[in-house]
Design a protein around this ligand. Structure first.
Ligand SMILES: C[S@@+](CC[C@H](N)C(=O)[O-])C[C@H]1O[C@@H](n2cnc3c(N)ncnc32)[C@H](O)[C@@H]1O
Length: 219
């Protein structure tokens, strides 16, 4: 027993097969994985590339939701440029209003951004905190974030020695994540943010155990 209040967390299992899409596509991505080639969205991809262009460290958080944690990281570490990706528009607009110049909040599917828009070896760190478990099997098959394909894209996007950080409160999801990163080097967990994420805060106050891992891509 993991001590999780939701009994589904005991029996979660990964999607059987991940839809592959074409060579460069992500099946089921928000708006389609070629969204940012469309004229009305192209400027967003260009803004991302401009944000990445200057030298210096870049960290990315996937699925920031309320963004409290990401905002605290960006304020604490102004020498790092932080990118936050979130598919929920209202959350993105709310964070963008408060973002300091070293934080780009962007409504984009992380799978598309890693696969199609991030120059290889550009990111120093990618944080995925409490990815949605998608209890419904059909949705999980389409939307599960941490899959072999996503982890391969992470390996491409990270600089050698860069770090992927993952946290979850779903014990079998963490076992799945550990298997996905089995060929990577375990790394120390980065310093905690001054403010925990919303989900982490809820787990802390409800006494729900959380599982954390950090890994560096294989050389
Ligand atoms: C369970 S919530 C966790 C939010 C936050 N990380 C936390 O710890 O409180 C997962 C978040 O990831 C976002 N999300 C899910 N799939 C995503 C994707 N492919 N790209 C970007 N964000 C995604 C969801 O909209 C949601 O806000």
């Amino acid at each position: 027993m993991s001590g999780h209040p939701d009994p589904r967390a005991e029996v979660w299992r990964p999607a059987d097969a991940t839809p592959r899409g074409g060579e460069d596509d992500v099946a089921g991505a928000l708006g389609g994985s070629r969204l940012f080639e469309q004229p009305q969205y192209r400027a967003e991809a260009e803004a991302y590339r401009r944000f990445l262009a200057p030298p210096g460290p870049v960290a990315l958080e996937v699925g920031f939701d309320h963004g409290h944690r990401l905002l605290s990281l960006a304020h604490a570490d102004p020498a790092v440029r932080w990118v936050g990706l979130e598919v929920r528009e209202r959350r993105v607009l709310a964070l963008a209003e408060r973002a300091p110049p070293n934080l780009l909040a962007w409504r984009a599917d992380a799978r598309t951004v890693l696969r199609r828009l991030t120059p290889p070896g550009r990111l120093n760190r990618v944080d995925v905190l409490f990815p949605t478990p998608w209890w419904d099997e059909g949705k999980r098959a389409k939307r599960q974030l941490l899959t072999p394909i996503f982890v391969a894209d992470l390996a491409q996007a990270l600089v050698p020695g860069g770090v992927a950080l993952v946290a979850t409160d779903v014990a079998p999801y963490f076992a799945h994540v550990q298997a996905l990163f089995a060929g990577w080097q375990p790394a120390p967990l980065p310093r905690p943010a001054a403010r925990p994420s919303q989900r982490h805060r809820r787990c802390l106050s409800a006494g729900v155990p959380t599982f954390w891992g950090a890994w560096r891509p294989p050389a």
